[in-house]
Design a binder for this molecule. Structure first.
Ligand code: GLA
Length: 754
């Protein structure tokens, strides 16, 4: 929406900081104020007191909700931005469709309590001490402050207050939603399910759902299915995010969409604990998506006077297909979410020792690798697992975060100093929330792990999960990380987490409070990250969980990057990285070049192929440099230099998935266009040539049709006859032919605007 425009008098009347009962809203109807910050922010939030309709305009999106005659907060519209003068009449609850389908189920509400005959997924379900479980929320008041809207609701008789909070992002139109539950009754009550809210899609019956599934070493498979009557549940019951489902969804219209065209509604939950997103088509074929912490094995006793703030649920709309939806999320993550947004540092090229040395780290070995890494242009040297406690393998040592004196007799200082003298900064692997039973920590504090008394403690990778919800465990974890940073010049932590929960008991608290662990653990995890960053503002952190098992928008507020997968096979990675970019920016997607054949598939791939696969994200090297030939070093040096010349385009630019490797495609092609348009980068991969067919012509995107671009091969060749320079229109409409034949071939090109 044009920022400068004043709303038409008599239509949307802006209410600034107005809090009042529904009954007295009429008194404020004559108020017509400019929204605070409207000059500097492209977000407009307005309220029409006559119709009781709220309208949020941000970027290319309009979101409209109203208060209906039953005082429910009802969704009226979510989609492409509407015209300034488009008017919404007052919200009207759906009539009773049948005695089996009461109005409360079919009225598309923003947030609904379980009560009054609700059968669809509730946003809030409470049990009160007297056994009452009925909760009916009605609009009470609202407040508009710049780019934020909050609407307070209250139960019809009990002093349960719920404030729905909306924050709109002016760059992308992405809305951040959450809810705050407040117990103003005179007794505790138990929350059994609590979501951030419900997204209601426009009426339609032809919707398709996309979501991500996976497993260890096989993350981010894109799934597609029609939205059917009934419910699809995406979830983790694992205590953390999990790779099995990722908390992201996108819904478009079948038959009316391709990758770069058509309407897409998408959302992502900002939560790294057990979570749930439900996609539900109701009896009238309306589609609603709700999400928040998982209600399985969960409840939360809220004491009198306490508040419960839900995680954020982000949602957005794109008219440019699933590709456009991804680009909005990427932009939002980099410009609004990550630490140091909107200007986070570009990811340095890092070296990581894990695949080279395993647990067998020591001063001399790491120094030798560091020298070699520096010689090819690496900027950050990361020592992985094995440096602490009595860590010889994965059976011992987790929890004992002192430097192993046999491996590092002089501490970490000589290594770190040497790494610095080679022009790199230093990073270290940690796994703070875990403990091996064979550790001093566990021998001293066996009660610190998640457990049920007198029940087995199931190990995974010979380790147990510390109960981070406990204040003493939280303090211990913060203190050792803080100490490591105080005593050593560490620029980066790779924060790992290598198993999921079992026996999630918390015997130290009252049994009514034990199930809080799912929320309190995650809150403490965030608060440690936050406090560490406050105290050590220069430190960077990677979220790793045996690869990509803790990738979500909740932790992305506190970390700079994700470890995408333990699977570093560069061909497998095309698929894993492709899925990752549906929801997450290549600027936070770490991708290492490792040795060939890979441990995963015993597949042999050329070094340039492996580099090009990794250069589509944030480049790292994880190979055993001690085994490299002179030629390998020369290739690596050249490709790392090339990467540095394109990384801003890859990490910050607009990504177009020209050919996805999904559905067993023989090809995979991405294109990234720099934000200022000066450069585009194309990566093309071929699995196997078949029957002599040429490689498909590539129709580039996102270029300026009238500008001229000069093509340069980073690796591989364009087809004979390809002009050295042509217009954006040529590259987009005529296309680019690439010479790629054989098995596991790759090529990459840059196009520089002249
Ligand atoms: C996990 C990580 C790996 C490596 C090992 C170390 O599996 O994903 O990259 O750090 O732990 O034990």
């Amino acid at each position: 929406m044009d920022q400068g425009k004043t709303p038409r008098p008599g239509f949307f009347r802006c209410l600034q900081n107005v809090v009042g009962c529904a009954i007295v809203l009429g008194l404020f109807a004559v108020c017509s104020l400019q929204i605070a910050g409207a000059q500097s922010s492209p977000v407009h939030i307005r309220f029409d007191a006559d119709s009781r309709v709220f309208r949020i305009d941000a970027a290319n999106t309009t979101y409209v909700l109203g208060i209906n005659e039953n005082q429910q907060v009802q969704t009226l519209y979510w989609g492409r931005q509407l015209a300034e003068g488009d008017h919404f009449s007052a919200a009207k609850a759906m009539p009773e469709a049948a005695s089996f389908d009461l109005s409360v189920n079919t009225t598309p509400q923003e947030f609904v309590g379980w009560g009054g005959g609700l059968y669809v997924e509730p946003d809030l379900k409470i049990t009160f001490p007297n056994g009452n479980r009925d909760l009916v929320l009605k609009y009470l008041s609202h407040k508009i402050e710049g780019d934020q809207l909050s609407i307070t609701m209250k139960d019809i008789s009990l002093d349960v207050y719920v404030t729905l909070q909306y924050k709109a992002d002016g760059e992308t139109g992405i809305l951040r939603r959450s809810a705050e539950i407040e117990n103003r009754t005179d007794a505790p009550f138990t929350i059994e399910q609590v979501f951030a809210g419900t997204w209601n899609l426009p009426r339609g019956t032809d919707y398709r759902l996309r979501y991500l599934t996976g497993r260890w070493a096989g993350e981010n498979t894109v799934q597609e299915q029609p939205v059917h009557p009934g419910k699809t549940v995406l979830e983790s019951r694992r205590g953390t995010t999990g790779a099995q489902n990722n908390p992201w969804f996108a819904i478009d219209r079948i038959g009316n969409n391709d990758a770069e065209d058509g309407n897409v509604w998408f959302g992502a939950l900002g939560w790294s604990g057990s979570w749930k997103i439900t996609v539900e088509q109701d009896q009238l074929q309306q589609v609603r998506v709700s999400g928040g912490p998982n209600s399985f094995d969960f409840d939360y006793r809220l004491q009198k006077g306490e508040h419960f703030q839900t995680p954020y649920f982000y949602g957005g709309y794109s008219s440019d297909g699933i590709g456009g939806a991804s680009r909005l999320l990427h932009r939002f993550e980099i410009d609004s979410l990550v630490p140091h947004a909107p200007h986070p540092a570009l990811r340095p090229v890092l070296y990581n020792s894990w695949e080279a040395t395993g647990f067998d780290v020591n001063e001399a070995g790491q120094l030798a690798l560091a020298e070699k890494a520096a010689s090819i242009g690496v900027e950050r040297f990361v020592m992985d697992d094995g440096w602490f406690g009595q860590r010889k393998d994965d059976r011992a040592g987790l929890g004992d975060w002192y430097v192993n004196p046999q491996k590092f007799p002089h501490g970490l200082k000589p290594l770190i100093d040497k790494v610095h003298s080679l022009g790199m900064d230093f990073g270290l692997w940690v796994e703070p929330e875990m403990v091996n039973p064979d550790s001093d920590l566990y021998r001293k504090h066996p009660d610190w792990v998640l457990n049920f008394p007198d029940r087995p403690r199931t190990e995974g990778r010979h380790q147990l999960v510390l109960n981070l919800a406990r204040p003493d465990v939280r303090a211990y974890v913060f203190q050792f990380l803080d100490k490591l940073l105080n005593e050593n010049d560490i620029a980066f932590f790779k924060w790992d987490y290598n198993r999921n929960w079992s026996e999630p008991g918390w015997p130290a608290v009252a049994s009514e409070d034990e199930k809080k662990v799912y929320v309190d653990f995650t809150r403490n995890y965030y608060s440690i990250l936050e406090e560490l960053r406050e105290k050590h503002p220069k430190v960077e952190i990677e979220s790793c969980s045996g690869g990509g098992s803790r990738v979500d928008l909740g932790v992305l507020r506190y970390v700079d990057e994700f470890w995408t997968s333990d699977n570093t096979d560069a061909f497998d990675r095309l698929l894993i990285q492709n899925g990752f970019t549906y929801a997450y920016s290549p600027g936070v997607m770490m991708a290492w070049v490792t040795d060939s054949p890979t441990w995963v598939n015993n597949r042999t791939l050329s070094l340039p192929y492996r580099f090009l696969s990794s250069m589509q994200g944030s480049l790292g090297i994880g190979a055993n440099l001690n085994k490299w030939t002179t030629e390998d070093f020369a290739t690596a040096k050249q490709m790392i230099a090339q990467y540095k010349a394109i990384r801003e385009t890859v990490q910050r630019g607009s990504l177009y998935r020209l050919i996805t490797p999904e559905h067993d495609s023989e090809q995979s092609v991405t294109e990234s266009v720099a934000r200022d348009g000066h450069q585009a980068v194309v990566f093309a991969f071929l699995h196997s040539s078949m029957e002599g067919y040429p490689y498909p012509r590539l129709y580039l995107r996102g270029l300026d049709a009238h500008a001229r671009y000069r093509i340069t091969a980073m690796d591989g060749k364009p087809a004979n006859g390809t002009p050295a320079e042509a217009s954006g229109a040529y590259w987009m409409e005529h296309g680019l032919d690439v010479q790629l034949r054989g098995d596991f071939q790759a090529a990459a090109f840059t196009l520089e605007r002249q």
